[in-house]
Design a protein around this ligand. Structure first.
Ligand SMILES: Nc1ncnc2c1ncn2[C@@H]1O[C@H](COP(=O)(O)OP(=O)(O)OP(=O)(O)O)[C@@H](O)[C@H]1O
Ligand SMILES: Cc1cn([C@H]2C[C@H](O)[C@@H](COP(=O)(O)O)O2)c(=O)[nH]c1=O
Length: 213
């Protein structure tokens, strides 16, 4: 299913420390300043299923975590994302399906299973994959501090980076409008400026010009 008519669904995915949360916060500010109604949100969500997935990644692994995250995704789409789209808002979601293609595979779940349980998730209008060299993302995570067991050093960052590259290609081949954006050599405001212009183009009916990784 595509995102609902009226609003625009923009998703932000990419390795730990690449700048998803920073970018979502700045997009809310920059798009808001241009007068667009913006709703920023995140997956896992702040609902019961989402909180369980986010705060108990040491208890839930593999297939169980994959299903928990997917269940939260469908509930979040129904109760939060679609209502905002129907109200004509730009919805910016920090993590979406691409994160499952990467994190669940890192957790030992075969890709066909991940694809199957996410197959009915709405297609974003713009699926942004943020990218940066693994040494850069690992250093940012080390400086900021790890949030969970998926953040464990440069070796993990390299695996994550490779899986995101693979995921960007797969999702683009499956019809997702994927836009790969480098953050390693751009300031947070530079990333947000660039994406604000791309999203404004999309809202005004000029885009997207899809760039695959
Ligand atoms: N373009 C950038 N240049 C330099 N530093 C950045 C950039 N974007 C984000 N950072 C910094 O990197 C750190 C991680 O950023 P952020 O929390 O936004 O990443 P994330 O992708 O949401 O990470 P996670 O998946 O671990 O939650 C923060 O300290 C942030 O200030
Ligand atoms: C969307 C998504 C999330 N997860 C898990 C992985 C982490 O434990 C949290 C996300 O925390 P972060 O601060 O944003 O790094 O949720 C997952 O396993 N699969 C997913 O698709």
């Amino acid at each position: 299913m595509s995102a609902s008519p009226g609003g625009v669904l923009v998703t932000l995915d990419g390795p730990a420390g690449v700048g998803k949360t920073t970018t979502a916060r700045l997009l809310r500010e920059y798009l808001g300043r241009r007068g667009y109604p913006v709703h920023t949100t995140t997956q896992p969500s702040h609902g019961v299923l989402g909180k369980t997935a986010r705060h108990h990644t040491d208890s839930y692994h593999g297939y169980a975590l994959a299903c928990l995250v997917a269940a939260d995704r469908y509930h979040h789409l129904e109760t939060d994302v679609r209502p905002h789209l129907e109200a004509g808002h730009i919805v910016v979601c920090d993590r979406y399906v691409a994160s499952s293609y990467v994190l669940q595979r890192m957790d030992g779940v075969p890709l066909p299973f991940v694809e199957a349980i996410n197959a009915a998730a709405d297609r974003p209008d713009l699926a942004v994959i943020l990218q940066a060299p693994p040494a850069v993302t690992a250093a940012r995570v080390a400086a900021r501090g790890a949030h969970n067991r998926f953040h464990t050093g440069e070796c993990t960052s390299r695996q994550e980076n490779d899986l995101y590259e693979d995921t960007a290609t797969r999702l683009a081949a499956g019809g997702y409008p994927v836009l790969a954006v480098q953050t390693g050599d751009r300031s947070p405001t530079g990333v947000a400026d660039y994406l604000t212009a791309r999203i404004a183009d999309l809202v005004e009916g000029h885009g997207p010009e899809v760039v695959t990784a």
